[in-house]
Write a protein that binds this ligand. Structure first.
Ligand code: PXG
Length: 469
C-alpha cells in the first residue's frame, strides 16, 4: 500500500489514565455495568498482530477469543486491509435499495453461494448478526404468508441460545437476563431447553440425551400446533451460552422433526460459520441441512461489520417468484467496503486452507489437549470442543462432578487470572471458553494451554485458600 496519508493519523496517543477517564465520561459499553466499569477503568487495547494483542501498558496478550469469536484469519492480514483501502478509494459506499448494486456486493453474493451448502444460492445482506436474525424472523413469516399459511408465525428457539441483542434477536435467544429487561420475548417466540448434557442429562448416555433433547422440539410443536409454527432456530454449537457441543444424535433428530412437521430449520452460523468448527459451516459438522443460515463475524473476520442471511432455494423461490416486494432492508445491506473485505477474507481462508487446517490438525489437537486437562486437572470436570471452539467446565469435585455455587464466581476468578497472565479467555458461569483465530498453529495451541494450566492452578490455589473445595 501507499503511505498512510498524514490526515489519517487522527487517533492521538494518550496515557492509559487519560483514555480511561474519557472512556468513563462518555462511552456506554455493551453488556456492561456502567458504574462498575467507570470505577475500575477499561483495559485499553491498542494494537494487534496474528493472535496477539497489546494493551496501552505494553502488555502482550494471547487472544484466545478471536476478538469476539470473529477474527478468524487473525490480525494484521494485509489483503483485507488493502481490500478496504482500495474499495474506500473507489466507492466507499453505495446502497442497493433502488435497483442498483455494487461490484463487491455482487461478487460476495456469488462467492457465498460457492462456499455455503448447495441449497444456498441467494443472500440477503445486513450489518450484523442481530439484524440477520431480525431478517430471519420477518422472512419466515413472510414466506408462510405468501404460501397462504399466515398462522405459521411462531419461531421456536432455545433457552440459553444467543441470537443477538435487537428486539427480535434477544427474543429468539433464550438469555433470561436479557428477557428480564424491556419486556422480552416479543409475541410469537417460544423456547425449548438446550442440549446441554452436563447440566441437564447426566443420568442418560450422551446419545440418548441428544435424542431426548431434540424431542423437546417435537413436544413443543405438538403443544403449539405445528400449523402455528414457522421455524426452529439454533446455533449448531451454542457459543455465548458456553460452547455447548450437542451429542451427535441431536441435530439429525431435529432435522427429522422439522421435516416431519414442515417447519423451517434455521442455523445461526454467526459464530460457527467460516471455518470455526472445522467445516465451512457448523451445520456441515453437525449433519443437518438448514433452510436459512444467519452469518456475521467470521465473514469479514471482524475487520469491518457485515452480516446476512443465506436463503435456501425452498424459500428463495417463493419470495422471488410469488412474493412481490419484500419490505425490509438496511442502509448497509451490501455495503461495498464491507463486502470487499469479506471477499478478501474468504479468498484468504481458501488460500491458507484454514478450514482444512482446523478440521485435520488444530481442531483434533485442541480436543486431545483439552481431554488431557479434563483427565488431569482437579478443577476441570468436563472438556468439550468442536473445531477451534472449546469449553472447560470447572467443578468442585471431579469425581461427583459437583459444581461450585454460582454466586462464588469461580469462573470470573479464573478469568481474572487469565487477564493478569496475558491470556484472553471468556467465562460463561464456570465454563472457561476458548475460540482462538483459525491461523493459530500447533505451537501456539501449546502456548495457550500452558497459560490455561497456569491460570487453572492459580484458581485452584484461590478456591482452596478460601475453603471452597
Ligand atoms: N447469533 C449468534 C450465534 C451470536 O453469537 C449474534 C447472533 C449477534 O450478532 P451481532 O453481530 O449482532 O452481535 C451473535 C453474537 C459473547 C458474545 O459474550 C457473543 C456475541 C456477541 C457479543 C458477545 O460470547 N455473539
Amino acid at each position: 500500500m501507499s503511505q498512510i496519508h498524514p490526515q489519517a493519523a487522527l487517533i492521538e496517543r494518550r496515557s492509559t489514565g487519560e483514555w480511561q477517564r474519557a472512556d468513563a465520561a462518555h462511552f456506554l459499553h455493551p453488556f456492561t455495568d456502567f458504574k462498575g466499569l467507570a470505577a475500575k477503568g477499561s483495559r485499553i487495547i491498542e494494537r494487534a498482530d496474528n493472535i496477539y494483542l497489546w494493551d496501552s501498558e505494553g502488555h502482550k496478550i494471547l487472544d484466545a477469543m478471536s476478538g469476539l469469536w470473529c477474527v478468524n484469519v487473525g490480525y494484521g492480514q494485509q489483503s483485507l486491509i488493502d481490500a478496504a483501502a482500495r474499495q474506500m478509494k473507489e466507492l466507499p459506499f453505495y446502497n442497493a435499495f433502488f435497483q442498483t448494486a455494487t461490484p463487491p456486493a455482487i461478487e460476495l453474493a456469488e462467492l457465498l453461494a460457492e462456499v455455503t451448502p448447495p441449497q444456498f444460492q441467494h443472500v440477503f445482506f445486513t450489518g450484523s448478526g442481530s439484524e440477520g436474525n431480525d431478517t430471519v424472523l420477518r422472512m419466515v413469516r413472510r414466506y408462510w404468508d405468501i404460501l397462504g399459511q399466515p398462522r405459521r408465525q411462531t419461531v421456536i428457539g432455545r433457552i440459553n441460545g444467543y441470537h443477538g441483542s435487537t428486539m427480535a434477536g434477544a427474543s429468539l435467544g433464550g438469555m433470561s437476563g436479557m428477557h428480564a429487561q424491556g419486556g422480552l420475548p416479543i409475541p410469537g417466540i417460544a423456547h425449548i431447553e438446550q442440549p446441554h448434557w452436563f447440566a441437564l442429562g447426566r443420568e442418560q448416555s450422551r446419545e440418548d440425551f441428544g435424542l431426548s433433547a431434540a424431542r423437546w422440539l417435537e413436544a413443543k410443536l405438538l403443544e403449539l400446533g405445528p400449523e402455528n409454527v414457522a421455524a426452529f432456530i439454533g446455533e449448531p454449537v451454542q457459543g455465548a451460552g458456553g460452547v455447548i457441543v450437542p451429542p451427535a444424535s441431536y441435530w439429525p433428530e431435529i432435522q427429522r422433526i422439522c421435516d416431519q412437521y414442515g417447519v423451517l430449520l434455521v442455523s445461526d452460523e454467526v459464530i460457527c460459520g467460516f471455518g470455526r468448527t472445522g467445516a465451512w459451516f457448523g451445520c456441515e459438522t453437525q449433519g443437518f441441512k438448514p433452510d436459512l443460515m444467519t452469518f456475521a463475524k467470521g465473514v469479514t473476520s471482524g475487520y469491518i461489520p457485515l452480516g446476512g442471511v443465506m436463503v435456501g432455494e425452498r424459500i428463495a423461490r417463493v419470495l422471488i417468484d410469488q412474493g412481490g416486494e419484500f419490505e425490509h432492508g438496511f442502509t448497509y445491506s451490501g455495503h461495498p467496503t464491507a463486502c470487499a473485505v469479506a471477499v478478501a477474507n474468504i479468498r484468504l481462508l481458501r488460500q491458507l486452507h484454514l478450514v482444512k487446517h482446523v478440521q485435520a490438525s488444530t481442531g483434533p489437537y485442541l480436543a486431545a489437549q483439552f481431554a488431557k486437562l479434563a483427565e488431569q486437572h482437579p478443577l476441570v470436570g468436563e472438556a468439550q470442543s468442536c473445531g477451534l471452539m472449546g469449553a472447560l467446565q470447572l467443578v468442585r469435585n471431579k469425581t461427583t462432578l459437583q459444581t461450585f455455587a454460582p454466586e462464588l464466581g469461580v469462573g470470573m476468578l479464573c478469568r481474572a487470572h487469565c487477564f493478569g497472565n496475558g491470556l484472553i479467555m471468556r467465562a460463561v458461569g464456570d465454563r472457561m471458553i476458548v475460540a482462538p483465530p483459525l491461523v493459530t498453529t500447533l505451537a501456539q495451541i501449546d502456548e495457550m494451554l500452558g497459560l490455561i494450566r497456569r491460570c487453572l492452578d492459580l484458581t485452584l490455589d484461590d478456591v482452596s485458600r478460601r475453603g471452597w473445595l
